[in-house]
Write a protein that binds this ligand. Structure first.
Ligand code: ATP
Ligand code: MG
Length: 342
């Protein structure tokens, strides 16, 4: 692990009883970074967050914050805030008191308490709701209270477990912008969990893709989107046409695919987004099984000698009906080269 890391997880193994949920996880995060954990249900995102927050004792490995080993430091002494997947506000307390709760526990009162709570509410745009109870707020407003409640504690690291999951599309977008603004203004180091790859791509400085309690790939949104390291990541970020390379040949389910040029030596597979297929010309023949129109694009399911492929073209191009025969190509130069095939 790099010494300059602000937060580092070193060979972290986390378990519930005998069930290992996260194994040998290594991750280092810089100060002020906004990192997204992305991965399917059950892959260990919440578990990892809970251990960083001090709510789950690691089976083995270490957690360091600003160089100090905090593996065995209790949750309330870590300066790590966690906004839970279910944000659990106190229903009988007002918005103001919900946000003030942690500060009061720390012995802060009077004018300082007032100033910090008001500024916290202000930063999430809820000043005028200070006297309401949680039940009198929308889901999105409640999530913002939970965010303010964590932020007023001025944590060194803020962990957000699916903070936008309960919001409708419009509010989600608003809250995304809000999160980015808060992070820019305060410079707090943030890790957030999401199921939504669009959210991870648009918000994060770096994305950690997890699978089965381990990291599949760490990279910038551009890395993850353009250069997925494995078949799993490729599938997760929307490459629909994914094939392994075996014995120097690209393989479909029912046999080899003979591409025009040489395959890259160092790849375990190739993947194409629907947009990357050439449609209407090329050495291969397919039959349109289905077509769908999405406004700006047309998507085709093609029955081909290599199985069913998905292609997408600009909607301005002439449409093809089911049953139409179409030439196509899988251009090697456009394919993402997968380091691993899983
Ligand atoms: N309290 C618990 N006791 C036993 N096993 C648990 C417990 N909490 C989680 N697990 C298991 O640990 C694994 C990781 O769970 P975790 O909650 O970290 O997943 P997640 O990535 O956050 O998933 P989701 O996206 O559904 O929230 C899962 O297999 C889960 O069943
Ligand atoms: Mg979870």
């Amino acid at each position: 692990m790099s010494d300059s890391a602000f937060l580092s997880l070193e060979k972290l193994t986390l378990a519930y009883g005998d069930t290992v949920a996260v194994k040998d996880l290594d991750l280092s995060i810089q100060k002020g970074e906004l990192v997204a954990f992305l991965g399917p249900s059950g892959c260990g995102k919440t578990t990892t967050m809970r251990s960083i927050a001090g709510l789950l004792k690691p089976k083995s490995g270490r957690i360091r914050l600003e160089g100090a080993d905090i593996t065995h430091v209790s949750a309330n002494k870590r300066s790590v805030g966690l906004v839970f997947q279910s944000y659990a506000l106190f229903p009988h307390l007002t918005v103001f008191e919900n946000v003030a709760f942690g500060l009061r526990l720390k012995g802060i009162s009077g004018a300082e308490l007032e100033v910090r709570v008001v500024s916290g509410l202000n930063s999430v745009g809820l000043t005028k709701f200070a006297n309401r109870k949680p039940a009198e707020l929308s889901g999105g407003q409640q999530q913002r209270v939970a965010l303010a409640r964590s932020m007023v504690m001025e944590p060194k690291v803020l962990l957000l477990d699916e903070p936008l999951s309960n919001l409708d599309a419009r509010l989600r977008l608003e809250m995304r912008t809000e999160l980015q603004r808060v992070q820019r203004d305060t410079g707090v180091t943030m890790i957030f969990v999401t199921h939504d790859q669009g959210e991870a791509l648009s918000l994060a400085d770096r994305i950690v893709v997890m699978l089965n309690g381990a990291i599949e790939q760490i990279g910038t949104p551009e890395d993850i989107y353009n250069s997925p390291a494995s078949a799993f990541v490729a599938d997760f970020v929307g490459f629909e046409n994914i094939f392994p390379i075996e014995n120097g040949r690209l393989r479909a389910g029912n046999g080899p695919i003979e591409l025009a040029g040489p395959l890259p030596h160092d790849a375990a597979g190739l993947a194409w987004r629907p947009r990357m297929l050439t449609l209407g010309s090329g050495p291969f023949q397919g039959t349109v099984r289905g077509a769908s129109f999405s406004g700006s694009a047309r998507e085709y399911l093609l029955d081909t000698p290599f199985g069913t492929l998905k292609a997408e073209v600009d909607a301005a191009l002439p449409a093809h009906c089911a049953g139409a025969a179409l030439a196509f190509d899988l251009p090697i130069e456009k394919a993402a080269k997968l380091k691993r095939f899983n």
